[in-house]
Design a protein around this ligand. Structure first.
Ligand code: TMP
Length: 253
């Protein structure tokens, strides 16, 4: 499919105009960054894995009635998505303490939380995506109260779905981040899950061994990121079990 003009280049993806108005082609790069791009690497095969894993999660979400931007996968690195206005928030759902929350509140990593906790960060790289409250969101007009009710409900539905899918393959969903898009159907506005859902944006721990199968492998230098993501994809049946070349995932249909 012919790509249109480049619209935006992010740290892990590039967006191009899609073939029809209201569509976008999302290209998954092999670039990995952490700590607001202070740490960088190119990890061969990461883009392919995230493209396929994000397709898998977004398709599953649609099947259980959670609206997403995903339309179809085009090839190994590209997917066609619905154009939307991104709400400038990172919506984080946590089931176990880890990462910045464990540090901020002095809770040992891996402690189960009494219930899922939703946090919001303002999407601004220059500020390092600071944590904000619903008060900031309402006062600065980033989202309305009705939007926030819908975002909370979407976030918890995604959490239930993802946690269940992961549980089924022996993986604990520690936490994840999603982004929300605004679309207009005539005068009517709706919120949908946008961006990507992949091991770049989740914390995934093997239930038996505690092995990390997400981007913390890169952030904390714990080994091969491709190996970790391939493990997730293989368990979910997104990748064949005996991938001949771990760095070069093959496509199954
Ligand atoms: P944190 O503990 O570093 O705040 O991360 C919480 C979750 O959000 C974790 O699953 C990783 C994900 N995340 C992103 O997807 N993008 C980011 O820029 C950051 C900081 C975290």
């Amino acid at each position: 499919m012919a790509r249109g003009k480049k619209i935006y280049e992010g740290k892990a993806k590039t967006l191009y105009e899609g073939p029809e108005p209201g569509t976008i082609i999302q290209y998954f790069k092999d670039d990995a960054t952490a700590f607001n791009a202070e740490k960088k690497a190119v990890i061969e095969g990461k883009g392919v894995l995230n493209n396929m894993l994000s397709e898998y999660f977004m398709t599953g979400l649609a099947q259980v009635g959670v609206p997403t931007h995903f339309l179809k996968r085009l090839n190994m690195r590209e997917q066609l998505v619905r154009a939307c206005e991104i709400v400038p928030l990172e919506v984080i759902v946590r089931n176990y303490a880890a990462g910045s929350m464990a540090k901020r509140l002095g809770i040992e990593e891996g402690t189960q939380l009494p219930r899922p906790i939703v946090e919001y960060c303002y999407k601004d790289d220059a500020l390092g995506d600071p944590l904000v409250t619903e008060e900031h969101i309402a006062a600065f007009g980033w989202a309305s109260q009705q939007d926030m009710d819908d975002i909370l409900s979407l976030a918890l539905r995604v959490n239930d779905f993802l946690a269940g899918v992961m549980y089924g393959v022996g993986i604990k969903l520690v936490d994840f981040k999603i982004e929300i898009g605004r679309v207009y159907d005539g005068d009517f506005q709706r919120l949908i899950v946008a961006d990507e859902i992949s091991p770049d944006s989740c914390r995934l721990w093997d239930m038996k061994t505690g092995e990390k199968l997400d981007k913390d492998v890169f952030r904390r230098d714990l080994g091969s990121l491709t190996h970790a993501y391939t493990e997730v994809a293989t368990r979910l049946g997104v990748m064949p079990k005996n991938n001949p070349q771990p760095g070069k995932p093959t496509l199954i249909n």
